[in-house]
Write a protein that binds this ligand. Structure first.
Ligand code: NAD
Length: 421
């Protein structure tokens, strides 16, 4: 076991998850790194930890947590300029599977997103965000149970890649000159200060993400994979993503994957049994469709920015950010992370809903192959909410519910795990 960590402790007990020949070997006592995160992270982090620990114990296993740091907690430990310590990244690389709470990103100036940096460093290229309805959770739509979608969001490129230049700098003026004079796009950029960003969408990045979404659909008996893009406007990036997606569908799979066009041309719209249909929708239309034709969508594959917007909108339909889980997946690597941010106004109040972080942890347990523990977590959360024991965000939308603190809600979930096990 590596022990060359300076500011963090590797647990004395526990074993390492390993990855060989494309398969993950998970011991019954894994060491799992955890970042609590900024803002409400110090409430939801320990809450999720308690629940996941209880589910592991109830199924005859043991989690050995390795607390690592990023954001504010890293600056306190490592110095004012250290937002994402090298040994935090190394811990996730070494132990392969872990969880993190939200991290604050300053808008405009200051350091770049640590979440984006961590996803890039670990090459966890698929940000996966399932949205399904839990019984008892209030929702702004009439039939929230129709939502059972899983979004695969590309995690390493698009306008999130950080290739951008600030207005007023020499660099941005050089880019403007290049675009106008060498590339011939004169008469497009208005005179005066300008900020410029670049949107890379690669064949490699698109195809590996789309493959992962199709594989998931096949493995989980889902009916369709929808490529969501704004290709009518961004023809060489977003339309290209769609085209590469259809290429993957047509060239890399047999009869079990069929495109919507082929389905109509050759089969009158009738899919072969157990086949996954690959179709595409334009992003703005898709945001309407998830409201009006919710149950027609299953698995979605999309680029970084679309995926960010869309999964928040889907999250709202099933009860809001307090509920919506997520995970970042690479090859033999997974970092669970709720969709929500650090919600600074609720920091330290033991108030917000830890369900999103708990259900992100559930995705981690599934990735580890601990399906019994993962089901237990979901059932216990659902049971607790159905009993009317909820945090403020759900309590204000329910009649006769009891408002619990973050930590109290986690305790109730742990009690239900013990009852249901
Ligand atoms: P946010 O998700 O932190 O909060 C928005 C609102 O959603 C909150 O005010 C609250 O009303 C609600 N909310 C969020 N989490 C909740 C929970 N667990 N329970 C109940 N209600 C909850 O979004 P923001 O205010 O736009 O961002 C705050 C900071 O978080 C920013 O610095 C942003 O960059 C960062 N952020 C981080 C991540 C991440 O770490 N992956 C994701 C999104 C935003």
């Amino acid at each position: 076991m590596s022990s060359d960590y300076e500011q963090v402790e590797v647990p004395a007990a526990g074993s390492k998850i390993s990855y060989e020949d494309g398969s993950l070997e998970v011991p019954d006592d894994p060491i799992l790194p955890i970042i609590y995160g900024d803002g409400v992270g110090s409430d939801v982090g320990p809450a999720a930890q308690a629940v996941l620990e209880a589910a592991a114990e109830a199924t005859g296993r043991e989690i050995n947590w390795m607390r690592v740091y990023a954001g504010e907690s890293a600056r306190e430990r490592y110095g004012e300029d250290v937002h994402l310590p090298e040994e935090t990244v190394r811990a996730y690389e070494e132990f392969r599977v872990g969880i993190k709470g939200p991290l604050t990103t300053p808008v405009g100036s200051g350091f770049r997103s640590l979440n984006v940096a961590l996803r890039k460093e670990l090459d966890t290229y698929a940000n996966v965000r399932p949205t399904y309805h839990l019984e008892g959770v209030p929702s702004p739509v009439k039939a929230p149970e129709e939502m059972d979608m899983i979004t695969f969001r590309e995690n390493t490129e698009d306008v999130y890649a950080g290739i951008e230049w600030e207005a007023g700098t020499d660099e941005v003026e050089r880019v403007r000159e290049f675009v106008e004079e060498e590339m011939g796009a004169d008469d497009v950029i208005h005179d005066g200060p300008v900020g410029i960003g670049i949107k890379p969408i690669t064949e490699f990045g698109s195809k590996r993400l789309i493959r992962r979404a199709i594989d998931y659909a096949l493995e989980h008996d889902r009916d369709s994979v929808t490529l969501v893009h704004k290709g009518n406007i961004m023809k060489f990036t977003e339309a290209q993503f769609r085209d590469w997606g259809y290429e993957v569908a047509e060239e890399e799979y047999g009869e079990e994957v069929i495109t919507e066009d082929t389905l109509w041309e050759e089969r009158d719209g009738e899919p072969p049994e157990d086949a996954v249909v690959v179709n595409d929708r334009i992003a703005d239309n898709m945001l309407q469709q998830i409201l009006t034709r919710t149950d027609e969508y299953d698995v979605v594959a999309t680029m970084n920015l679309n995926g960010d917007y869309m999964s928040d909108a889907c999250g709202a339909q099933i009860g809001g950010l307090g509920i919506a889980p997520g995970g970042n997946f690479g090859d033999g690597m997974m970092l669970a992370e709720p969709v929500h941010g650090s919600a600074p106004k609720y920091e330290g109040q033991d108030k917000v809903n830890p369900t999103a972080m708990i259900l992100s942890g559930r995705m981690m347990l599934e990735y580890m192959g601990w399906y019994d523990a993962a089901d237990l977590v979901r059932d216990a959360v659902e049971e607790t909410i159905s009993e009317g024991l909820v945090t403020y965000d759900l309590e204000r939308q329910l009649e006769d519910a009891e408002k619990l603190a973050t930590s109290e809600f986690a305790e109730e979930v742990v009690n239900n795990i013990e009852k249901l096990a």
